[in-house]
Design a protein around this ligand. Structure first.
Ligand SMILES: [Zn+2]
Length: 346
């Protein structure tokens, strides 16, 4: 790496933060989706500039194939209404989609919509299904939404999730997230049920997802600590699985090229796993990256203020060298994951 590379990629320099991304859905400090929530930053902040698409419908690769409603004779068509969100990762880091993760909004479709469109919320989902059957889309299926990435006592009886944990792959890169309007425990109206059935069926067909309980999961299976009620007891598991023609669970393995510490992009050499920290971020605008290097293709996941306390699940001494130091730490997924250079940690 040349002197100028280092300058351009100085991790201490905020530089171009157009690629700045952050967080993974349902962050602990995210307020619930309360309609008309006072101080909702969605109302007067600039939103449109950041949105991936501003035109409704027909803008997503997924949409084109599935408008016909060919599976429900009594329903002629569902329209997926594109809304867009700035909160996503471009691509899935080479990972194939393995599962659908279902959620309950704990609020209304419209408050979720304004929340997901707001960059400050740092959360999103691929789809949302309203109680009247409308379907919104915020993130293209080929991209990773920030909806369920924080693992907290995850369900390791799911083989693919256990493998993801072992390989340190963020589950947002492996799942399609579907939110549902309503409160935990509420029974779905028929219109909402039919719409989400149609959506599940099409996603399963289009993305080769196994129609079984190992691959159609609830958020609580990724975060049992903070999201035990997502999607909650009102979610029609039995009916949905029956209508989807669920099969006996078929174990899948991940196709990712990541093998050790590959948070997003390829295997990381020299990874030593374990519990490390806590460490304190010692500079403002400390960059958290998708891979322990400054190279092209490495995403800046977020930047942290000085004083942030972090726990780590691994380190490598074979990351990109900065000021003679090649050690990088992998932040614990309960702290949203990502690699940070050791010189930014005290
Ligand atoms: Zn959820």
């Amino acid at each position: 790496m040349s002197e100028s590379d280092l300058q351009d990629n100085n991790p201490l320099d905020p530089g171009d933060n157009s690629n700045l991304a952050s967080g993974e859905g349902h962050s602990e400090d995210a307020p619930p989706f309360v309609p008309g929530l006072d101080g909702d930053p969605g109302s007067d902040q600039e939103e449109a500039n950041n949105l991936e698409e501003s035109t409704p419908v027909e803008s997503d690769a997924f949409n084109a194939h599935v408008f016909e409603g060919q599976f429900e004779p009594n329903i002629t068509s569902y329209q997926i209404i594109w809304q867009g969100s700035p909160n996503y990762w471009a691509g899935r880091g080479g990972n194939k989609i393995v599962a659908i993760c279902d959620h309950i909004m704990q609020g209304s479709m419209e408050s979720a919509n304004s929340w997901f469109k707001n960059a400050a919320s740092e959360v999103s989902a691929h789809f949302g299904v309203a109680r009247d059957g409308r379907i919104y889309q915020w993130v293209r299926v080929e991209n990773g939404a920030w909806t369920n990435g924080i693992m907290n006592r995850p369900d390791t009886s799911l083989p693919w999730l256990a493998e993801a944990i072992q390989k340190k792959i963020n589950p947002n890169l492996l799942t399609i997230g579907i939110e549902h309007e309503g409160l935990t425990g509420q029974v779905f109206p028929e219109a909402q049920y039919q719409a989400t059935l149609w959506l599940h069926r099409n996603l399963i067909q289009n993305y080769g997802i196994q129609p079984d309980r190992q691959h159609i999961i609830g958020h609580y299976q990724i975060d049992a600590v903070n999201r035990p009620g997502c999607p909650g007891t009102g979610f029609p598991w039995q009916r949905l699985l029956t209508d989807l023609g669920a099969t006996q669970p078929k174990t899948t393995t991940l196709t990712s090229s990541s093998s050790s510490g590959g948070f997003l992009t390829g295997p990381v050499p020299g990874v030593v796993s374990g519990a490390f920290g806590p460490g304190t971020v010692n500079t403002n605008n400390a960059y958290v990256r998708s891979y322990p290097s400054f190279g092209a293709g490495v995403m800046v996941l977020r930047k942290l203020p000085a004083g942030t306390l972090l726990k780590f699940i691994a380190y490598t001494d074979q990351g990109a060298v900065y000021k003679g130091n090649s050690r990088w730490y992998l932040i614990d997924f309960t702290d949203k994951g990502g690699w940070i250079h050791s010189l930014m940690i005290s």
